[in-house]
Write a protein that binds this ligand. Structure first.
Ligand code: PLP
Length: 376
């Protein structure tokens, strides 16, 4: 059987991406910047409903520059969702700041506002919060923004996985002071590799572009007053992104269908339950994730990953929380529930293939294998 992926690049059938790349070739604007970069920034900003965007080499770079724009520096405390990919937390360390990890709640699987409030009682001078919209599910962003405002703290919304997801009809990525997106190969749309920092503060976005081009001052010679980075997106990657953006809504529809089929087929019996759709949200369903009820079966996520692997089907465990990672375990972790929700989701969660190139027949094979393994 041909390999079925969790989520892999899916170019448009119409070949939009090639049109934009061809234009870049024809005008010799291969790299670094060019019309595609400017247009891609404007198109993403307009899609998200935000003033400004800076196209960067990765989502990680976008988080890094978001933290710098927030004024985070040596010794500052930054609250970060624990249940996430390490890229949400690594840039905190790049700046010499101190991460404090925050537990999740079970409605959205993201940062628990109550735990965040508790964290502010312990660290009232925290400089920034990194909240994540995991697997495309919007966090409780309105409550979290209110808490941040009350404590005069900057909110960075890691929307790497949630481009196109909405909360109360508003696009994710636009709730924080800064939002970031990733266009890595496994994301809902891809530029092969890339990211975007967005904000309504256009001056800060301009500053991020400056840092991202080696902090080159305006002068006839090379003049540098600040440390810079080589973080800009190339005109070719931006061309792919422009083409991909035209099929984003179609991809969201396809991912939603995949989620609904799993939900219909797998939830009866109560052994598996799919990631919830939080109230007032329209997630992009980037990955369909299921949780196993350990009271009803001895089968573990590892058993499922290994069994599906035997059929050349990719499945993965849920992110291992940052506070449990050897590299971060010395940092504080704040939770309010007796048993950490993040730890529980890691122990029992399983990411199912959610590739938009997967056919319904292929998804049926996955479902029947899962039914066999779990005795559904
Ligand atoms: C939650 C989250 N944050 C940040 C990133 C980093 O994005 P990138 O790989 O583009 O650096 C990713 C994905 O890779 C992610 O899933």
């Amino acid at each position: 059987m041909k390999r079925i992926y969790l989520s892999s690049p899916h170019m448009s059938d119409a070949g939009y991406e090639k049109e934009y790349i061809k234009e870049a070739f024809d005008t010799n604007w291969i790299a670094p910047l060019g019309e595609n970069v400017n247009q891609f920034e404007e198109e993403v900003a307009s899609y998200v409903g935000i003033k400004s965007a800076a196209a960067l080499s990765s989502g990680t770079a976008a988080i890094h520059l978001g933290l710098k724009a927030a004024g985070v520096s040596q010794g500052d405390i930054v609250f970060c969702q624990s249940l996430t990919f390490s890229a949400s937390a690594n840039p905190i360390i790049y700046e010499g700041a101190i991460p404090v990890f925050i537990d999740s709640e079970s409605d959205t699987w993201n940062m628990d506002p109550e735990a965040l409030e508790t964290a502010f009682q312990k660290y009232p001078n925290a400089k920034a919060v990194v909240v994540v919209n995991l697997y495309g599910n919007p966090a409780k962003l309105i409550e979290i923004k209110q808490i941040c405002d009350a404590h005069h703290c900057v909110l960075i919304e890691d929307a790497a996985e949630s481009l196109g997801s909405k909360l109360m009809n508003q696009e994710t990525g636009s709730f924080g002071d800064y939002g970031i997106f990733s266009f890595n190969g496994n994301k809902i749309i891809t530029t092969s590799g890339g990211g975007m920092l967005v904000s309504n503060d256009s001056e800060k976005i301009e500053k991020a572009r400056f840092w991202a081009t080696q902090s080159r001052e305006k002068a006839l010679h090379y003049e540098h007053k600040e440390i810079g980075y080589n973080y800009r997106m190339s005109n070719i990657c931006a061309g792919i992104g422009r083409g991909q953006l035209r099929v984003l809504d179609e991809r969201i529809q396809q991912k939603t269908n995949i989620y609904q089929i799993y939900k219909k087929e797998l939830e009866s019996g109560g052994i598996l339950s799919m990631i919830p759709v939080p109230v007032n949200t329209e997630p992009n369903h980037w990955l369909s994730v299921a949780v196993i009820d350990a009271h009803k079966t001895d089968i573990t996520p590892v058993n499922i990953v290994e069994t599906l692997q035997g059929y050349n089907i990719e499945a993965r465990r849920v992110w291992k929380p940052m506070h449990q990672q050897p590299v971060f375990e010395k940092y504080d972790f704040i939770k309010v529930a007796e048993k950490s929700v993040a730890e529980d989701l890691f122990e029992h969660g399983i990411c199912l293939p959610s590739d938009t190139k997967m056919t319904e027949e292929e998804q049926s094979v996955i479902i029947s294998e899962l039914k066999k393994i779990l005795n559904l």
